[in-house]
Design a protein around this ligand. Structure first.
Ligand code: NAD
Ligand code: USQ
Length: 406
Protein backbone atom coordinates (compact mmCIF):
# COMPACT_ATOMS: atom_id res chain seq x y z
CA UNK A 1 0.00 0.00 0.00
CA UNK A 2 1.01 3.61 -0.42
CA UNK A 3 0.71 5.06 3.08
CA UNK A 4 0.91 8.71 4.15
CA UNK A 5 2.05 9.04 7.77
CA UNK A 6 1.13 12.50 9.05
CA UNK A 7 3.38 13.29 12.02
CA UNK A 8 5.76 10.46 11.08
CA UNK A 9 8.75 12.17 12.73
CA UNK A 10 7.23 11.88 16.22
CA UNK A 11 7.52 9.41 19.10
CA UNK A 12 4.88 6.97 17.80
CA UNK A 13 5.02 8.06 14.14
CA UNK A 14 8.70 7.23 13.57
CA UNK A 15 8.59 3.58 14.74
CA UNK A 16 5.30 3.17 12.85
CA UNK A 17 6.94 4.46 9.66
CA UNK A 18 9.83 2.01 10.08
CA UNK A 19 7.51 -0.92 10.85
CA UNK A 20 5.28 -0.34 7.82
CA UNK A 21 8.25 0.32 5.54
CA UNK A 22 9.78 -2.92 6.76
CA UNK A 23 6.63 -4.73 5.67
CA UNK A 24 7.10 -3.45 2.15
CA UNK A 25 4.63 -0.57 2.12
CA UNK A 26 5.50 2.66 0.30
CA UNK A 27 5.79 5.09 3.21
CA UNK A 28 5.53 8.88 2.95
CA UNK A 29 6.16 10.87 6.13
CA UNK A 30 4.50 14.29 6.18
CA UNK A 31 5.60 16.43 9.12
CA UNK A 32 6.18 20.14 9.80
CA UNK A 33 8.81 19.28 12.46
CA UNK A 34 6.87 21.39 14.98
CA UNK A 35 7.71 18.94 17.75
CA UNK A 36 11.42 19.66 17.24
CA UNK A 37 10.67 23.40 17.35
CA UNK A 38 8.75 22.94 20.61
CA UNK A 39 11.87 21.32 22.11
CA UNK A 40 13.72 24.50 21.13
CA UNK A 41 10.97 26.71 22.60
CA UNK A 42 11.05 24.81 25.90
CA UNK A 43 14.83 24.51 25.95
CA UNK A 44 14.71 20.73 26.33
CA UNK A 45 15.80 17.84 24.19
CA UNK A 46 14.90 14.20 23.74
CA UNK A 47 16.79 12.01 26.20
CA UNK A 48 17.99 10.01 23.21
CA UNK A 49 20.06 11.83 20.56
CA UNK A 50 17.81 12.07 17.49
CA UNK A 51 19.13 12.73 14.03
CA UNK A 52 17.27 14.84 11.51
CA UNK A 53 14.45 13.09 9.69
CA UNK A 54 16.48 13.22 6.47
CA UNK A 55 19.42 11.48 8.16
CA UNK A 56 17.15 8.91 9.80
CA UNK A 57 15.60 7.98 6.45
CA UNK A 58 19.08 7.79 4.86
CA UNK A 59 20.19 5.29 7.52
CA UNK A 60 16.97 3.30 7.10
CA UNK A 61 17.61 3.02 3.35
CA UNK A 62 21.15 1.83 4.10
CA UNK A 63 19.92 -0.77 6.65
CA UNK A 64 16.78 -2.05 4.93
CA UNK A 65 17.06 -1.06 1.28
CA UNK A 66 13.65 0.66 1.65
CA UNK A 67 12.94 4.32 0.99
CA UNK A 68 10.87 6.41 3.39
CA UNK A 69 9.94 9.64 1.62
CA UNK A 70 9.80 12.85 3.66
CA UNK A 71 7.65 15.91 2.88
CA UNK A 72 7.86 19.07 4.97
CA UNK A 73 4.24 20.28 5.16
CA UNK A 74 2.24 21.99 7.89
CA UNK A 75 -1.15 20.35 7.42
CA UNK A 76 -2.89 22.84 9.74
CA UNK A 77 -1.55 25.96 8.01
CA UNK A 78 -0.83 24.95 4.40
CA UNK A 79 -4.12 23.49 3.25
CA UNK A 80 -3.50 24.04 -0.48
CA UNK A 81 -0.01 22.51 -0.38
CA UNK A 82 -1.32 19.52 1.54
CA UNK A 83 -4.29 19.07 -0.78
CA UNK A 84 -1.99 19.25 -3.82
CA UNK A 85 0.23 16.58 -2.27
CA UNK A 86 -2.77 14.31 -1.67
CA UNK A 87 -4.02 14.94 -5.24
CA UNK A 88 -0.64 14.04 -6.75
CA UNK A 89 0.01 11.01 -4.56
CA UNK A 90 -3.43 9.53 -3.79
CA UNK A 91 -2.37 7.26 -0.89
CA UNK A 92 -4.33 4.06 -0.10
CA UNK A 93 -4.16 4.77 3.63
CA UNK A 94 -3.43 7.80 5.79
CA UNK A 95 -2.29 7.55 9.40
CA UNK A 96 -2.88 10.77 11.31
CA UNK A 97 -0.54 11.47 14.25
CA UNK A 98 0.01 15.16 13.39
CA UNK A 99 -1.29 16.98 16.46
CA UNK A 100 0.09 18.74 19.54
CA UNK A 101 -0.20 15.88 21.98
CA UNK A 102 0.91 17.02 25.44
CA UNK A 103 -1.78 17.92 27.98
CA UNK A 104 0.58 20.05 30.16
CA UNK A 105 1.87 21.97 27.10
CA UNK A 106 -1.73 22.66 26.06
CA UNK A 107 -2.44 24.19 29.51
CA UNK A 108 0.70 26.37 29.83
CA UNK A 109 -0.82 29.70 28.80
CA UNK A 110 -3.58 31.22 26.68
CA UNK A 111 -1.20 31.14 23.67
CA UNK A 112 -0.57 27.44 24.14
CA UNK A 113 -4.31 26.78 24.39
CA UNK A 114 -4.90 28.67 21.14
CA UNK A 115 -2.04 26.91 19.41
CA UNK A 116 -3.24 23.45 20.43
CA UNK A 117 -6.86 24.04 19.38
CA UNK A 118 -5.93 25.76 16.10
CA UNK A 119 -3.29 23.21 15.17
CA UNK A 120 -5.19 20.05 16.08
CA UNK A 121 -8.65 20.93 14.87
CA UNK A 122 -7.39 22.51 11.62
CA UNK A 123 -5.06 19.59 10.92
CA UNK A 124 -7.90 17.07 11.24
CA UNK A 125 -10.46 19.15 9.40
CA UNK A 126 -8.09 19.99 6.51
CA UNK A 127 -7.43 16.31 6.02
CA UNK A 128 -11.13 15.34 5.96
CA UNK A 129 -12.10 18.28 3.79
CA UNK A 130 -9.37 17.56 1.23
CA UNK A 131 -10.26 13.85 1.08
CA UNK A 132 -13.85 14.70 0.15
CA UNK A 133 -12.84 17.37 -2.35
CA UNK A 134 -10.44 14.96 -4.09
CA UNK A 135 -12.76 11.91 -3.94
CA UNK A 136 -9.95 10.18 -2.13
CA UNK A 137 -11.19 6.85 -0.78
CA UNK A 138 -8.18 6.23 1.46
CA UNK A 139 -8.59 4.49 4.83
CA UNK A 140 -7.95 7.13 7.49
CA UNK A 141 -6.49 5.84 10.76
CA UNK A 142 -6.36 8.48 13.50
CA UNK A 143 -4.49 8.30 16.79
CA UNK A 144 -6.98 9.43 19.40
CA UNK A 145 -6.84 9.05 23.16
CA UNK A 146 -8.43 7.16 26.05
CA UNK A 147 -8.78 10.61 27.58
CA UNK A 148 -11.87 11.35 25.44
CA UNK A 149 -13.86 9.18 27.87
CA UNK A 150 -12.55 10.79 31.03
CA UNK A 151 -11.30 8.26 33.56
CA UNK A 152 -14.56 7.68 35.38
CA UNK A 153 -15.34 5.11 37.99
CA UNK A 154 -18.98 4.39 37.09
CA UNK A 155 -18.41 0.72 37.77
CA UNK A 156 -18.83 -0.40 34.16
CA UNK A 157 -16.14 -1.09 31.59
CA UNK A 158 -15.51 1.68 29.05
CA UNK A 159 -16.76 0.30 25.72
CA UNK A 160 -14.93 0.74 22.40
CA UNK A 161 -16.28 4.12 21.35
CA UNK A 162 -20.03 3.62 21.53
CA UNK A 163 -22.48 3.36 24.40
CA UNK A 164 -25.83 1.57 24.16
CA UNK A 165 -28.59 3.70 25.63
CA UNK A 166 -32.32 3.27 25.99
CA UNK A 167 -34.45 6.37 25.61
CA UNK A 168 -38.12 6.62 26.42
CA UNK A 169 -40.11 7.75 23.38
CA UNK A 170 -43.06 10.16 23.58
CA UNK A 171 -45.32 7.11 23.36
CA UNK A 172 -43.71 5.66 26.48
CA UNK A 173 -41.81 2.90 24.63
CA UNK A 174 -38.14 2.12 24.87
CA UNK A 175 -35.93 2.95 21.89
CA UNK A 176 -32.37 1.63 21.86
CA UNK A 177 -29.53 3.61 20.36
CA UNK A 178 -25.75 3.49 20.20
CA UNK A 179 -24.19 6.89 20.76
CA UNK A 180 -20.59 8.09 20.93
CA UNK A 181 -19.50 7.58 24.55
CA UNK A 182 -20.02 10.95 26.28
CA UNK A 183 -16.89 13.05 25.91
CA UNK A 184 -15.28 14.16 29.16
CA UNK A 185 -11.91 15.77 28.42
CA UNK A 186 -9.47 16.71 31.20
CA UNK A 187 -7.28 19.20 29.31
CA UNK A 188 -7.37 21.45 26.25
CA UNK A 189 -5.36 18.81 24.38
CA UNK A 190 -7.84 16.05 25.28
CA UNK A 191 -10.68 18.39 24.31
CA UNK A 192 -9.28 18.68 20.76
CA UNK A 193 -9.45 14.89 20.47
CA UNK A 194 -13.14 15.05 21.49
CA UNK A 195 -13.71 17.62 18.73
CA UNK A 196 -11.90 15.32 16.28
CA UNK A 197 -14.41 12.58 17.12
CA UNK A 198 -17.31 14.78 16.02
CA UNK A 199 -15.53 15.72 12.79
CA UNK A 200 -15.01 12.03 12.05
CA UNK A 201 -18.63 11.17 12.85
CA UNK A 202 -19.89 13.87 10.48
CA UNK A 203 -17.59 13.04 7.55
CA UNK A 204 -18.23 9.29 7.80
CA UNK A 205 -21.99 9.91 7.80
CA UNK A 206 -22.12 12.69 5.23
CA UNK A 207 -19.40 11.68 2.77
CA UNK A 208 -18.85 8.00 3.43
CA UNK A 209 -15.22 8.45 4.47
CA UNK A 210 -13.68 5.26 5.87
CA UNK A 211 -12.28 6.16 9.28
CA UNK A 212 -10.75 4.25 12.19
CA UNK A 213 -10.17 6.13 15.46
CA UNK A 214 -7.71 4.51 17.87
CA UNK A 215 -8.36 5.57 21.46
CA UNK A 216 -4.89 5.00 22.77
CA UNK A 217 -3.62 4.88 26.35
CA UNK A 218 -0.26 6.20 27.54
CA UNK A 219 2.56 4.82 25.38
CA UNK A 220 5.65 3.68 27.24
CA UNK A 221 9.06 2.26 26.24
CA UNK A 222 11.20 3.56 23.44
CA UNK A 223 12.65 0.77 21.29
CA UNK A 224 10.91 -1.30 18.66
CA UNK A 225 12.33 -4.09 16.55
CA UNK A 226 13.28 -1.64 13.79
CA UNK A 227 14.60 1.27 15.89
CA UNK A 228 17.08 -1.21 17.41
CA UNK A 229 18.65 -1.99 14.05
CA UNK A 230 20.99 1.03 14.06
CA UNK A 231 21.81 3.57 16.74
CA UNK A 232 20.84 6.42 14.42
CA UNK A 233 17.34 4.97 14.07
CA UNK A 234 16.73 5.51 17.79
CA UNK A 235 13.33 6.83 18.82
CA UNK A 236 12.73 10.09 20.67
CA UNK A 237 12.27 9.86 24.46
CA UNK A 238 10.63 12.75 26.30
CA UNK A 239 11.38 13.19 29.98
CA UNK A 240 10.55 16.86 30.69
CA UNK A 241 7.57 18.05 32.72
CA UNK A 242 5.51 18.93 29.64
CA UNK A 243 6.04 16.09 27.17
CA UNK A 244 7.34 13.22 29.30
CA UNK A 245 4.57 10.77 30.17
CA UNK A 246 4.29 9.23 33.57
CA UNK A 247 5.83 5.77 33.23
CA UNK A 248 8.71 6.82 30.98
CA UNK A 249 9.36 9.74 33.34
CA UNK A 250 9.50 7.46 36.40
CA UNK A 251 11.95 5.16 34.60
CA UNK A 252 14.31 7.97 33.71
CA UNK A 253 13.97 9.55 37.14
CA UNK A 254 15.00 6.20 38.63
CA UNK A 255 18.00 6.08 36.29
CA UNK A 256 19.29 9.54 37.33
CA UNK A 257 18.50 9.22 41.04
CA UNK A 258 15.65 11.76 41.02
CA UNK A 259 12.73 11.04 43.40
CA UNK A 260 9.75 9.74 41.40
CA UNK A 261 7.34 12.63 40.87
CA UNK A 262 3.92 11.33 41.90
CA UNK A 263 1.19 13.97 41.52
CA UNK A 264 -1.09 14.13 44.55
CA UNK A 265 -1.87 10.76 46.14
CA UNK A 266 -1.00 8.91 42.93
CA UNK A 267 -4.49 7.43 43.01
CA UNK A 268 -5.02 8.21 39.31
CA UNK A 269 -5.54 5.03 37.26
CA UNK A 270 -4.62 5.21 33.58
CA UNK A 271 -4.41 2.89 30.57
CA UNK A 272 -1.01 1.92 29.11
CA UNK A 273 0.46 0.31 26.01
CA UNK A 274 4.04 -0.48 25.03
CA UNK A 275 5.38 1.26 21.90
CA UNK A 276 5.91 -2.07 20.12
CA UNK A 277 2.23 -2.97 20.64
CA UNK A 278 1.13 0.48 19.55
CA UNK A 279 2.86 -0.02 16.20
CA UNK A 280 1.40 -3.52 15.86
CA UNK A 281 -2.14 -2.25 16.60
CA UNK A 282 -1.82 0.31 13.82
CA UNK A 283 -0.85 -2.48 11.42
CA UNK A 284 -3.91 -4.50 12.55
CA UNK A 285 -6.21 -1.50 12.15
CA UNK A 286 -4.89 -0.93 8.62
CA UNK A 287 -5.70 -4.52 7.69
CA UNK A 288 -9.26 -4.24 9.01
CA UNK A 289 -10.61 -1.12 7.37
CA UNK A 290 -14.29 -0.16 7.60
CA UNK A 291 -16.43 -0.18 4.45
CA UNK A 292 -17.70 2.96 2.78
CA UNK A 293 -20.88 4.00 4.61
CA UNK A 294 -19.87 2.36 7.92
CA UNK A 295 -19.80 4.43 11.05
CA UNK A 296 -16.36 5.35 12.45
CA UNK A 297 -14.63 2.22 13.73
CA UNK A 298 -13.28 2.80 17.24
CA UNK A 299 -10.71 0.63 19.01
CA UNK A 300 -9.44 1.04 22.55
CA UNK A 301 -5.71 0.79 21.97
CA UNK A 302 -4.42 -0.17 25.42
CA UNK A 303 -3.26 -3.37 27.05
CA UNK A 304 -3.34 -2.76 30.82
CA UNK A 305 -4.33 -0.24 33.48
CA UNK A 306 -2.27 0.89 36.46
CA UNK A 307 -2.55 3.30 39.34
CA UNK A 308 0.22 5.93 39.32
CA UNK A 309 1.37 5.22 42.89
CA UNK A 310 1.54 1.48 42.17
CA UNK A 311 3.82 2.18 39.23
CA UNK A 312 6.02 4.37 41.44
CA UNK A 313 6.21 1.63 44.07
CA UNK A 314 7.00 -1.03 41.47
CA UNK A 315 9.84 1.02 40.00
CA UNK A 316 11.08 1.96 43.45
CA UNK A 317 11.27 -1.74 44.35
CA UNK A 318 13.08 -2.54 41.11
CA UNK A 319 15.61 0.28 41.26
CA UNK A 320 15.73 1.57 44.85
CA UNK A 321 14.43 5.01 43.73
CA UNK A 322 12.75 7.26 46.31
CA UNK A 323 9.14 8.34 45.75
CA UNK A 324 8.05 11.99 46.17
CA UNK A 325 4.36 12.84 46.61
CA UNK A 326 3.95 16.34 45.12
CA UNK A 327 1.13 18.88 44.89
CA UNK A 328 -0.79 18.01 41.71
CA UNK A 329 -0.49 20.72 39.01
CA UNK A 330 -3.54 19.24 37.25
CA UNK A 331 -7.24 19.44 37.99
CA UNK A 332 -8.16 15.76 37.94
CA UNK A 333 -9.79 13.18 40.21
CA UNK A 334 -7.39 12.24 43.01
CA UNK A 335 -8.48 8.61 42.86
CA UNK A 336 -10.26 6.68 40.12
CA UNK A 337 -10.78 3.12 38.95
CA UNK A 338 -10.59 2.32 35.28
CA UNK A 339 -11.89 -0.75 33.48
CA UNK A 340 -11.56 -0.72 29.71
CA UNK A 341 -12.79 -3.08 27.00
CA UNK A 342 -10.12 -3.95 24.44
CA UNK A 343 -11.51 -7.16 22.92
CA UNK A 344 -11.26 -6.05 19.30
CA UNK A 345 -7.46 -5.95 19.05
CA UNK A 346 -7.11 -9.14 21.10
CA UNK A 347 -9.50 -10.90 18.70
CA UNK A 348 -7.42 -9.65 15.76
CA UNK A 349 -4.36 -11.35 17.25
CA UNK A 350 -2.65 -8.73 19.43
CA UNK A 351 -0.46 -10.49 21.96
CA UNK A 352 0.07 -7.82 24.64
CA UNK A 353 3.51 -6.91 25.90
CA UNK A 354 2.86 -6.39 29.58
CA UNK A 355 4.78 -4.27 31.98
CA UNK A 356 7.29 -6.76 33.27
CA UNK A 357 10.66 -6.28 34.89
CA UNK A 358 12.76 -7.07 31.80
CA UNK A 359 11.23 -4.31 29.71
CA UNK A 360 11.22 -1.82 32.55
CA UNK A 361 14.93 -2.49 33.08
CA UNK A 362 15.56 -2.04 29.35
CA UNK A 363 14.16 1.50 29.53
CA UNK A 364 16.15 2.26 32.70
CA UNK A 365 19.29 1.10 30.84
CA UNK A 366 18.55 3.41 27.88
CA UNK A 367 18.03 6.22 30.38
CA UNK A 368 21.33 5.47 32.13
CA UNK A 369 23.18 5.48 28.81
CA UNK A 370 21.95 8.99 27.99
CA UNK A 371 21.60 10.36 31.54
CA UNK A 372 24.30 12.95 30.76
CA UNK A 373 21.81 14.67 28.41
CA UNK A 374 19.22 15.27 31.17
CA UNK A 375 18.67 18.77 32.53
CA UNK A 376 17.36 18.02 36.04
CA UNK A 377 15.74 21.44 36.31
CA UNK A 378 13.35 20.46 33.48
CA UNK A 379 12.05 17.35 35.28
CA UNK A 380 9.32 18.95 37.49
CA UNK A 381 5.90 19.39 35.86
CA UNK A 382 4.97 23.03 36.41
CA UNK A 383 2.18 23.66 33.92
CA UNK A 384 -0.83 24.31 36.16
CA UNK A 385 -4.43 23.64 35.09
CA UNK A 386 -5.87 26.75 36.80
CA UNK A 387 -4.60 30.08 38.12
CA UNK A 388 -5.42 28.95 41.67
CA UNK A 389 -3.32 25.80 41.33
CA UNK A 390 -0.46 27.87 39.83
CA UNK A 391 -0.56 30.15 42.91
CA UNK A 392 -0.42 27.21 45.29
CA UNK A 393 2.56 25.68 43.51
CA UNK A 394 4.31 29.05 43.31
CA UNK A 395 4.21 29.38 47.09
CA UNK A 396 4.87 25.77 48.07
CA UNK A 397 8.43 25.61 49.41
CA UNK A 398 8.38 21.82 49.04
CA UNK A 399 7.76 21.91 45.30
CA UNK A 400 10.81 20.71 43.35
CA UNK A 401 10.80 23.75 41.05
CA UNK A 402 11.91 25.79 44.10
CA UNK A 403 14.33 23.21 45.47
CA UNK A 404 17.33 21.74 43.79
CA UNK A 405 16.76 18.00 43.89
CA UNK A 406 19.97 16.06 44.18
P1 NAD B 1 4.73 13.63 18.91
O1 NAD B 1 4.52 15.04 19.34
O2 NAD B 1 6.02 12.97 19.24
O3 NAD B 1 4.50 13.51 17.32
C1 NAD B 1 3.57 14.28 16.62
C2 NAD B 1 4.20 14.66 15.28
O4 NAD B 1 3.27 15.44 14.53
C3 NAD B 1 5.46 15.53 15.47
O5 NAD B 1 6.53 15.00 14.70
C4 NAD B 1 5.03 16.91 14.97
O6 NAD B 1 6.09 17.64 14.39
C5 NAD B 1 3.92 16.55 13.96
N1 NAD B 1 2.92 17.62 13.76
C6 NAD B 1 2.20 18.28 14.73
N2 NAD B 1 1.41 19.20 14.14
C7 NAD B 1 1.62 19.12 12.80
C8 NAD B 1 1.10 19.83 11.68
N3 NAD B 1 0.24 20.83 11.84
N4 NAD B 1 1.55 19.49 10.45
C9 NAD B 1 2.44 18.48 10.28
N5 NAD B 1 2.98 17.79 11.29
C10 NAD B 1 2.56 18.11 12.55
O7 NAD B 1 3.50 12.78 19.49
P2 NAD B 1 3.37 11.20 19.68
O8 NAD B 1 3.65 10.87 21.09
O9 NAD B 1 4.08 10.50 18.60
O10 NAD B 1 1.81 11.03 19.45
C11 NAD B 1 1.28 10.83 18.13
C12 NAD B 1 -0.24 10.83 18.19
O11 NAD B 1 -0.66 9.77 19.05
C13 NAD B 1 -0.81 12.12 18.74
O12 NAD B 1 -1.91 12.53 17.95
C14 NAD B 1 -1.26 11.77 20.14
O13 NAD B 1 -2.38 12.51 20.50
C15 NAD B 1 -1.54 10.28 20.04
N6 NAD B 1 -1.27 9.59 21.33
C16 NAD B 1 -0.02 9.59 21.89
C17 NAD B 1 0.19 8.94 23.11
C18 NAD B 1 1.54 8.93 23.81
O14 NAD B 1 1.62 8.43 24.96
N7 NAD B 1 2.61 9.44 23.20
C19 NAD B 1 -0.88 8.27 23.73
C20 NAD B 1 -2.14 8.29 23.13
C21 NAD B 1 -2.32 8.95 21.91
N1 USQ C 1 1.64 12.09 36.49
C1 USQ C 1 2.33 11.98 37.68
N2 USQ C 1 3.65 12.31 37.69
C2 USQ C 1 4.31 12.72 36.56
C3 USQ C 1 3.59 12.81 35.34
C4 USQ C 1 2.24 12.49 35.35
O1 USQ C 1 1.79 11.60 38.71
O2 USQ C 1 5.51 13.00 36.64
C5 USQ C 1 0.19 11.74 36.46
C6 USQ C 1 -0.69 12.84 35.88
O3 USQ C 1 -1.07 13.77 36.86
C7 USQ C 1 -1.85 12.01 35.31
C8 USQ C 1 -1.19 10.70 34.88
O4 USQ C 1 0.06 10.63 35.57
O5 USQ C 1 -2.75 11.70 36.32
C9 USQ C 1 -0.94 10.58 33.39
O6 USQ C 1 -0.17 11.69 32.94
P1 USQ C 1 0.68 11.57 31.58
O7 USQ C 1 1.40 12.85 31.36
O8 USQ C 1 1.47 10.32 31.59
O9 USQ C 1 -0.47 11.33 30.47
P2 USQ C 1 -1.54 12.33 29.80
O10 USQ C 1 -1.37 13.72 30.22
O11 USQ C 1 -2.89 11.72 30.02
O12 USQ C 1 -1.20 12.25 28.25
C10 USQ C 1 -0.56 11.14 27.62
C11 USQ C 1 -0.11 11.58 26.24
C12 USQ C 1 -1.34 11.94 25.40
C13 USQ C 1 -2.31 10.77 25.38
C14 USQ C 1 -2.67 10.31 26.79
C15 USQ C 1 -3.43 9.00 26.79
O13 USQ C 1 0.76 12.71 26.33
O14 USQ C 1 -0.95 12.29 24.08
O15 USQ C 1 -3.48 11.12 24.70
O16 USQ C 1 -1.44 10.05 27.53
S1 USQ C 1 -4.56 8.89 28.13
O17 USQ C 1 -3.83 9.22 29.39
O18 USQ C 1 -5.03 7.53 28.18
O19 USQ C 1 -5.59 9.85 27.92
Amino acid sequence: MKIAILGGDGFVGWPTSLHLSDQGHEVHVIDNLSRRWIDAELGVQSLTPMDSIQERTRIWKQESGNTIHFHLIDIAKNYEVFKAWLADNRPDAIIHFAEQRAAPYSMKSDQHKNYTVNNNVSATHHLLNAMVELDLDAHLVHLGTMGVYGYSSVGAAIPEGYLSVDVETLGGEKASQEILYPANPGSIYHMTKCLDQLLFQFYAKNDGLRITDLHQGIVWGTHTEQTLRHKQLINRFDYDGDYGTVLNRFLIQAAIGYPLTVHGTGGQTRAFIHIQDSVRCIELALKNAPQKGDRVKVFNQMTETHRVRDLAELISKLTGAKVAYLPNPRKEAAENDLVVENKQFLELGLNPTTLEDGLLSEVVDVAKTYAYRVDRSRVPAVSAWTKEIAEEIEHDPEHPRLKSVS
